[in-house]
Design a protein around this ligand. Structure first.
Ligand SMILES: [Zn+2]
Length: 306
C-alpha cells in the first residue's frame, strides 16, 4: 500500500473521529430494555423500567451506604491456596486473576463511618470475586469487621452476596462458618446491633452461618436467598416448588426476613433502624445523681478465740 492509505488517511480520520465511549448503554437482564449507563449509575444499578436490582460491586455498596468520608480498613492477609488446589487451573492463578480484576484481596470489603450520621462498621461481599465464595480471606474479613465493631462500640452491618463456601479451600472454607458465627456473637454479646442485608444471591455456607443470625434481616427486592439451589431441592424432594421460591418477597411472607427494602431507600432504613436500636432505654448512669457514699461500716471485731 502507498503512503496515503498507510499514513495519511489514519491521521486524517484520527483528527475527525469523535470519542464515543464503549458500553454507553446497558441492557436490563430482566426486562431487556436499554438503559443509558449514566442513568443506571445514578439509579444505583436499579432498572428504571422494571425495578430489577442488578448486582453492584462491594466498593460501590460501601459508597452508597456510608456517608462521605468513611474509611476502608486493611484486612489481614489469609494464607493463599493452603491446599495447593488445582482443578482445570491452579487455584492460586484463579485467585490472582480475581484480585487483579476486582482490585481487592478477597471477596469482602470492610469500612467504618456513619450512615446518615449513625456510626457503623459495614462489610460488603463482592460477588464478582469468585462468586463471593467464603474462604479463609472472607472469614478473616468478617472476624476483623466484628472485632472493629466491638472496639468502636458500633453496630455491624453486613451486605451478603455469595455462592457459598469456596471449594478450592476444602475444610478450611467450611471452618469459616463457625468462625464467622462466633465473630458475630461477639458483637451481640457486646450489646451491639448486628444487621444482615441479603443481596442477590445469598446462598450456601454464608446462608448456613452468620447471615441467618442477624438481629434484623433485610433483603433487596428479588434477591435469591437459600441454601441449596431450587433444582437440587426439586430433584431431592420430587415436588414442584412454589412460585417465587427462595426469592426475598417469598421469604418475607414466610417469616425469614424482617424487611425487603429498595436499594434507593436502604441508607435511610438502615439509619432509622440503627437509631432506634441505639437509643438507650434507661437513663445513662452518669446522668443519675450518685448516692452519697456511706462511710464504710466498722468491721465487727472477731470474737476472741478462747
Ligand atoms: Zn428492567
Amino acid at each position: 500500500m502507498n503512503w496515503i492509505s498507510d499514513w495519511a488517511l489514519p491521521k486524517i480520520s484520527g483528527l475527525f473521529k469523535r470519542e464515543v465511549p464503549e458500553n454507553l448503554w446497558h441492557k436490563c437482564p430482566a426486562c431487556e430494555q436499554m438503559i443509558f449507563r449514566r442513568d443506571l449509575e445514578a439509579a444505583l444499578h436499579v432498572c428504571p423500567h422494571c425495578g430489577h436490582h442488578m448486582r453492584i460491586s462491594a466498593v460501590r455498596r460501601l459508597e452508597c451506604t456510608l456517608d462521605a468520608g468513611f474509611s476502608r480498613i486493611e484486612l489481614p492477609k489469609a494464607p493463599a491456596d493452603p491446599l495447593r488446589f488445582r482443578d482445570q487451573r491452579r487455584y492460586s492463578d484463579r485467585l490472582r486473576e480475581a484480585q487483579v480484576k476486582s482490585a481487592m484481596d478477597d471477596a469482602v470489603a470492610v469500612a467504618h463511618g456513619t450512615i446518615e450520621g449513625e456510626r457503623a462498621v459495614v462489610a460488603a461481599f463482592e460477588f464478582a470475586f469468585m462468586g463471593g465464595s467464603m474462604g479463609a480471606g472472607v472469614g478473616e474479613a468478617i472476624v476483623t469487621a466484628a472485632k472493629l465493631a466491638v472496639l468502636q462500640d458500633s453496630p455491624l452491618v453486613v451486605f451478603t452476596a455469595s455462592g457459598g463456601a469456596r471449594m478450592q479451600e476444602g475444610a478450611i472454607s467450611l471452618m469459616q462458618m463457625p468462625r464467622t458465627v462466633i465473630a458475630t456473637r461477639l458483637v451481640k454479646e457486646a450489646g451491639l446491633p448486628f444487621i444482615v442485608v441479603m443481596c442477590d444471591p445469598t446462598t450456601g455456607g454464608v446462608t448456613a452461618s452468620f447471615a441467618m443470625l442477624g438481629d434484623i434481616h433485610i433483603a433487596e427486592p428479588g434477591a435469591m436467598i437459600g441454601f441449596a439451589g431450587a433444582r437440587v431441592i426439586e430433584q431431592t424432594v420430587r415436588e414442584k416448588l412454589p412460585e417465587g421460591f427462595q426469592r426475598a418477597e417469598y421469604l418475607l411472607e414466610h417469616g425469614i426476613l424482617d424487611m425487603v427494602v429498595k436499594r434507593g431507600e436502604m441508607r435511610g432504613v438502615l439509619a432509622r433502624v440503627l437509631g432506634l436500636l441505639r437509643v438507650p432505654l434507661v437513663a445513662p448512669a452518669a446522668a443519675v445523681e450518685p448516692e452519697p457514699e456511706a462511710p464504710p461500716a466498722e468491721e465487727p471485731a472477731a470474737p476472741a478465740q478462747p
